[in-house]
Each structure stands twice: as structure tokens, then as C-alpha cells.
Design a protein around this ligand. Structure first.
Ligand SMILES: NC(=O)c1ccc[n+]([C@@H]2O[C@H](COP(=O)([O-])OP(=O)(O)OC[C@H]3O[C@@H](n4cnc5c(N)ncnc54)[C@H](O)[C@@H]3O)[C@@H](O)[C@H]2O)c1
Length: 253
């Protein structure tokens, strides 16, 4: 079991979806959590629900000044930062021919530079402490090509590559950096783009279902915890088997 007692975590995009599930699980496992999000009302509600172990900060991950406020809050309220979960992201699908540089710039600012600024903001503290764990949420779309995902997929490949590069640079300081690659997870993100989630809707997923956000949160908690003390620079896939290979009807070959 992952144990997070005494740890202070920053979790971005924690007003709903996977970030919310992670915040709830982390507190249940004994951590203090700074939840951040653009969605003030929802984020504040989750933090209030979690009580003394949680604070909410309104935060745009693409804004380095906002990051300074988030880190200051963690230090002032809870005494430091042990864990950073870079979870916030935006998502859309669009054919490559219809995608524009302006739109790609926007999604890069949130999904890639959000992760970049976050790591820049916490690493000095972690280096001083000679300890820290960073988990960057990438995607199945950061492991393989997917039609319609030229913009989003590029950000998630970039997060995967950045995670490995930073892991190499900070390992000697006792800091671990890993990426998590969810498949199809039942959150407002996929609901918003009309992905149907009902029974039998996912014949290509070996487990034949989408995941609950709590199922990703468990994996993130493991990587953030001391149970993963020798795990860094790796990618952990949480996808019901999607990346194991192609699912085809019996008798196809
Ligand atoms: N849901 C899936 O199927 C799926 C699959 C693969 C990867 N992911 C990844 O998992 C992570 C969590 O996604 P989710 O499914 O919980 O989605 P979600 O949309 O439910 O949650 C994302 C949260 O991030 C917040 N956010 C967006 N832009 C922000 C910004 N600039 N600053 C701060 N917060 C911002 C949103 O307000 C939202 O609360 C994301 O990185 C996403 O790309 C999701």
C-alpha cells in the first residue's frame, strides 16, 4: 500500500476528474494537499470537503507567477513540497489539416508548459531537501499516434520526453520523475467531447470498459510514495491493456 503520511503534495487540475480523485486519495493516505485549478468554485468545494489537510489555490498552470503563489501556499500552510502531480490539461480532437498553429500554441501552453513551469517551480525546494517525487500525467496519446490527436498528442509526447530528461538530471538529488499514461478514463474531459462510455462501447479495450478516475489515482499515489523509491524516468500505462497490442475479433488471423 502506498503510504503518504507526512508528505505535502501539489496536485494541479484537482477540481474534478482524476485530479480530484488523486487529492481525495492522497488525503486518505495521510498527505497534505494543495489543490489547484482554474475552476474556483469546484476546486474550493473539494478542498473544503477534505478539511484541514487541503487548501485550494486558483491557478493557471501556464502562468509562472501563479506557480509562485502555489508553492508559497504549500510552504506557508504545510511547510514545503514533497510531491508534485502535474495533472491539469485541456483536450480536443481535430484533423491535422484543420489544426492551426494558434490552437497548437494554446494547448502547448497548458499541457506542456504547465508541466515545465511546475517542475521549474518545485525543483529548487526538492533539491534543497534532497528528496521529491514528480508525476506528470501524459496519455496513451503520448505513446502512440492517434488520428485527430496531432495537437494534444504532441503535448503528451512532449511531457513524456521531458519527464525522462528531467529524471536523468535530478536523480542525483534524490528526486524522482515519472509519467503516467491513462487510456480512456471516465471524467468530464471525455464526456465533453462526446465519448460514449456505456457497456460494450469499448470493444478495442482488452478489459472492455473505461476506467474510473480512482483507478488512475492509485497508480499515481504509488509513484508519488516511498514505495516507488527506486522508480524514476519510467512510464506507467493505465489503459486496460490498450497498449499491449491490437484487439481483433477472434478468427481474424
Ligand atoms: N480522461 C481521459 O480519458 C484521459 C486519458 C488520457 C490522459 N488524460 C489526462 O489525465 C489528466 C486529467 O484529465 P481528466 O480526465 O481528469 O480531465 P478533466 O477535464 O476532468 O480535468 C482536468 C482539470 O484541469 C483543469 N485545467 C485545465 N486547464 C487548466 C489550467 N490552465 N490551469 C489549471 N487547471 C486547468 C480543468 O479545469 C479540470 O478541472 C490530464 O492531463 C489529461 O490529459 C485523460
Amino acid at each position: 500500500m502506498a503510504e503518504l503520511t507526512g508528505k505535502v503534495a501539489i496536485i494541479t487540475g484537482a477540481a474534478r476528474g482524476q485530479g480530484e480523485a488523486e487529492a481525495r486519495l492522497f488525503v486518505a493516505k495521510g498527505a497534505k494537499v494543495v489543490l489547484t485549478d482554474l475552476l474556483e468554485e469546484d476546486g474550493a468545494k473539494v478542498a473544503a470537503d477534505l478539511g484541514d489537510a487541503a487548501r485550494f489555490v486558483r491557478h493557471d498552470v501556464a502562468d509562472p507567477d501563479d506557480w509562485a503563489t502555489v508553492v508559497e501556499t504549500a510552504v506557508r500552510e504545510f511547510g514545503g513540497v514533497d510531491i508534485l502531480i502535474n495533472n491539469a490539461a485541456i483536450y480536443w480532437t481535430n484533423g491535422f489539416a484543420d489544426e492551426t498553429a494558434e490552437r497548437v500554441e494554446k494547448i502547448m501552453q497548458v499541457n506542456f508548459f504547465g508541466v515545465w513551469h511546475g517542475m521549474q517551480a518545485v525543483l529548487p525546494l526538492m533539491k534543497a531537501k534532497r528528496a521529491g517525487a514528480i508525476v506528470n500525467i501524459s496519455s496513451q496519446a503520448g505513446l502512440e499516434g492517434l488520428p485527430g490527436h496531432s495537437a494534444y498528442g504532441a503535448t503528451k509526447w512532449a511531457v513524456r520526453g521531458l519527464s525522462k530528461t528531467v529524471a536523468l538530471e535530478v536523480g542525483e538529488h534524490g528526486i524522482r520523475v515519472n509519467s503516467v499514461h491513462p487510456g480512456v478514463i471516465d471524467t468530464p474531459m471525455i464526456a465533453a467531447v462526446g465519448v460514449e462510455r456505456g457497456e460494450g462501447k469499448f470493444p478495442t479495450v482488452p478489459m472492455r470498459r473505461v476506467a474510473a478516475p480512482e483507478e488512475v489515482a492509485e497508480v499515481v499515489a504509488f509513484l508519488a510514495s516511498d514505495a516507488a523509491s527506486y522508480v524514476t524516468g519510467t512510464e506507467l500505462v493505465v489503459d486496460g491493456g490498450l497498449m499491449a497490442g491490437m484487439t481483433v475479433p477472434a478468427g481474424t488471423y
